[in-house]
Structure formats: C-alpha cells, structure tokens
Design a protein around this ligand. Structure first.
Ligand code: IMP
Length: 197
C-alpha cells in the first residue's frame, strides 16, 4: 500500500481524508511522524498555499506527501473569505468567531450562494500535482448542527435541507469539496499504479 504524509494538524481533515483513502493509501499524520511546527500558508491562492504546505513537509522528510487548502467563497462578498477563510475573524480566531463574522457580513443579503473549494497539492517523487474539489450551496441565517468543523454549521449544500454540521462524516464526504478532491487524488494514484503494471 502506498504511504503519503498529510500536511495537516487539523484532526477533522485527517478523519475525512482517511475515510476516503482507508485501506487503499496509508495516510500518516504529522503527529505520527513526530513533525512539529507551524506550517506556513502565506500565499494568496489556494493552489499556492497547498503547494507551500506540501513543500514544507517534503523539504523536511523527502517523502511523498500532500496538503490541502480550502476556501469558502461567498458570491455576495465577491468571493470572500476565500483563501483567507482560516483567519477571517483575525489571527488565532476560533471557528465560532469566523462563523459569527460571516453571519454578520451576510446580514440582510438575499443572495446567499457560496461554494467550498479545496485544492490538494500532491508531491510524488519530488513532482507536484494539483487536484480540485468544489461543492455549491448557500449560507444559512444561523448555525445548526454540531458535527464537522469550521463553517459547516452555516453551509447548506445544494439539494439538501441540512447543513454539513448536521451530516455524519460519511454523508458529508459523499458530496463535499474534500470528499470530491480526495477521490480525484485516489483515482490519480490508482491510474499511476496501473500504468506501472
Ligand atoms: P484551511 O484549508 O485549513 O486553510 O481552511 C480554511 C478555513 O476553512 C478554516 O477556517 C477551516 O476551518 C475552514 N474549512 C476548511 N475545510 C472546511 C470544511 O470542510 N468545512 C467547514 N469549514 C472548513
């Protein structure tokens, strides 16, 4: 089985990615390989940040690895918070701070359309490969649900009447940006394996 290091300290992301790759790719967390430190993400695109995080791991381990970067892009806010989703309410802010700031920014707005976009950068044999996953939906008026993380309580995916935070992980993964992009990564890895045979 192929082994990949996942450049994240977010246990929710790790769980979601493992749920897709389980039994097919061994995903090592930073904790498991004892790699500590603040991974930089200072680029102004999701692609740039995903690459920066994966490079940080590759420089320290020389091993195949990947990173993801996610943005919540809200139409009425010209795509904000986008690449700045993690620190929308300021440095060291909580998920709740971000959610509250977004709800305040959306107060009175009738266009509630938004999308989550995730970019994965895989570094394999020193070479970068990019994959993208998108899910469309709307921003709700108030939060509901306590599963998931981040902006999940206020994101209602198109075609559903529950937020991501009201869905068990399995269900969220079937339709989410991260589920989609992780399956693309898996398809690429499988294809690569087949080409070697
Ligand atoms: P990053 O990819 O870790 O930089 O994530 C950016 C921001 O988006 C963070 O505040 C995350 O909590 C949030 N985020 C990332 N993925 C998800 C998700 O699947 N659901 C809800 N929020 C997310």
């Amino acid at each position: 089985m192929k082994t990949l290091i996942f450049a994240t300290n977010n246990k929710h992301k790790l769980e979601e990615v493992r749920n897709v790759l389980d039994g097919l790719v061994e995903v090592q967390s930073l904790k498991e390989i004892n790699l500590a430190g603040d991974i930089p993400e200072t680029a102004d695109t999701l692609e740039g940040n995903a690459a920066q995080k994966a490079e940080w791991i590759f420089e320290r381990t020389g091993k195949d690895c990947f990173a993801d970067d996610t943005g919540l892009e809200v139409e009425a806010l010209d795509g904000a918070p986008g690449v700045y989703s993690a620190r929308y309410a300021g440095e060291n802010c909580s998920f709740a701070d971000n959610v509250n700031k977004l709800l305040a920014a959306m107060d009175g707005k009738t266009n509630r359309k938004a999308r989550f976009r995730t970019v994965i950068c895989l570094i394999e044999n020193g070479e970068k490969h990019f994959f993208e996953g998108i899910v469309n939906g709307v921003i709700t008026d108030g939060g509901s649900g306590d599963m998931g993380f981040g902006y999940d309580p206020i994101f209602l995916p198109d075609g559903y009447d529950v937020t991501f935070a009201e869905m068990p992980l399995d269900e969220k993964n079937k339709i989410s940006h991260r589920g989609i992009v992780t399956r693309k990564l898996l398809e690429y890895l499988k294809q690569n394996e087949n080409n070697k045979k």
